[in-house]
Design a protein around this ligand. Structure first.
Ligand SMILES: CC(C)(COP(=O)(O)OP(=O)(O)OC[C@H]1O[C@@H](n2cnc3c(N)ncnc32)[C@H](O)[C@@H]1OP(=O)(O)O)[C@@H](O)C(=O)NCCC(=O)NCCS
Length: 148
């Protein structure tokens, strides 16, 4: 994926989406941990990082098979959340997926994760299914889909 400058409400900042590189591992794990995730980064997925003014502040992992993709995780450093960066990051990756032939994207989110649900809904994801009591805390999993 080519590095791109983003546009929009974060114009004044230097914001880039770049493919994940192994040397980012410690920073990515730190962001995952800060968000409460004990996450195993897979070797056979597409992975992207979000940089603001040279600092890695976000990580996104997605699996792709033919024309379909599934977003496994998107995390933004808590210090940078609520500033439109998650919107920008996911939008850029969806755009990239579309350009490589993906026309359908799925993801799964807990009913308790309002911020993520709001983000996904805002970007056009629609609920297609629920898995009752799917998570350890008893919350349901919402399966969402977006046609690109
Ligand atoms: C979910 C997450 C990726 C969103 O990224 P973000 O940069 O914080 O989100 P944005 O600032 O782009 O906001 C996106 C939308 O979320 C909603 N939102 C933002 N802050 C919110 C809050 N405190 N409460 C509820 N909804 C909120 C809004 O709808 C917002 O859109 P709007 O600003 O146009 O109204 C980020 O908060 C995060 O990393 N959370 C922890 C990890 C996680 O839960 N990941 C998703 C499951 S894998």
């Amino acid at each position: 994926m080519a590095e791109r400058k983003t546009t929009g409400k974060n114009d004044r900042k230097n914001i880039l989406v770049k493919p994940y590189q192994p040397e980012y591992i410690n920073r990515v794990l730190a962001i995952l941990e800060k968000n409460g995730y004990n996450w195993n980064i897979s070797s056979n997925t597409l992975k992207y990082c979000l940089f603001v003014d040279g600092k890695l502040v976000g990580f996104l992992e997605v699996s792709k098979a033919l024309n379909e993709a599934e977003v496994y995780i998107i995390v933004i450093d808590p210090l940078y959340q609520g500033k439109g960066l998650g919107t920008l990051f996911l939008s850029k990756v969806l755009q990239e997926l579309k350009e490589t032939g993906v026309d359908k994207v799925f993801l799964e989110v807990s009913t308790k994760n309002n911020r993520a649900i709001n983000l996904y809904t805002k970007l056009g994801f629609m609920e297609i299914f629920r898995r009752k009591s799917y998570y350890k805390d008893g919350s349901d999993a919402i399966i969402m889909e977006k046609i690109l």
